[in-house]
Design a protein around this ligand. Structure first.
Ligand code: C5P
Length: 233
């Protein structure tokens, strides 16, 4: 997978999103992430419109349901011509394999499929006391990543701090897509474990996802370019 910076388009409406993208010069088309907020507000039409403008799209809807339902939903998402989609590894290998089948287009092509291991909002206490998982967070994340790899998925969403370990366990070709990235001295917001783009670039992350440090910057285009410069080195 080509290393890249993905901008999280966490906006409440299609109009606001397109206004943001309009700030970039015509020839500059960043890879973008559309999450639940924008997808539920703007629907497939928004995805098609952004795709038609020439952006690569990571559709971050984190599917988690019985295998047949996920397979059929993935088939719909694949028809939107997005580049990357995801699901929860907690749905198990039968669900992940069904998702791959649903995603594969008649011509054999498909978007990349990556798995969320444990949400970064889940802490060790919730893992033990609410999810009743007695293994450590690191063991759980690595074991879920391994299940995703064995099921044929292309990679995982993980913290930049886990990227190197995931590569070690699942192989170099297994992609790591990492949120939780902040410029040195920047506002951390609600992210707990963060890393700079430069350090993420040296830590085995294939793609970094950055939202607010770019979308809320005074000059988002320059912030995006800075992230690319730092990350690609
Ligand atoms: O604004 P910020 O850079 O924190 O945005 C990070 C993006 O990555 C958000 O869209 C957030 O939902 C997403 N994300 C995350 N942590 C995860 C999975 C996704 O921050 N574990």
């Amino acid at each position: 997978m080509t290393k890249d910076v993905i901008i999280a388009l966490d906006f409440p409406t299609k109009e606001e999103t397109l206004r943001f993208l309009d700030r970039f010069p015509a020839g500059e088309k960043p890879f973008v992430k559309i999450g639940m907020e924008l997808f539920y507000a703007g629907g497939p039409e928004t995805v098609r419109e952004i795709k038609a403008r020439g952006h690569k799209i990571f559709l971050d809807l984190k599917l988690h349901d019985i295998p047949n339902t996920v397979k059929r939903a993935m088939s719909v998402l694949s028809g939107l011509d997005v580049d990357m989609v995801n699901l929860h590894a907690a749905g198990g290998s039968a669900m992940m394999k069904a998702a791959l089948e649903g995603l594969t287009r008649p011509d054999g092509t498909r978007p990349l499929l990556i798995a969320v291991t444990q949400l970064t909002s889940t802490d060790a206490a919730a893992l033990k006391n609410e999810l009743l998982i007695s293994a450590s967070m690191a063991e759980t994340v690595l074991s879920y990543a391994k299940n995703a790899a064995v099921s044929g998925l292309d990679g995982v969403v993980c913290s930049p701090l886990e990227a190197a370990l995931v590569k070690e366990r699942c192989g170099k070709a297994f992609c790591t897509v990492t949120p939780g990235v902040r410029f040195a001295g920047g506002d951390v917001g609600d992210q707990k474990r963060v890393m700079t783009p430069e350090k993420a670039g040296r830590s085995g992350c294939d793609c970094i996802v950055m939202g607010r440090p770019i979308t809320q910057a005074k000059d988002p285009v320059e912030a995006y370019r800075q992230a690319v410069r730092e990350f690609l080195g």
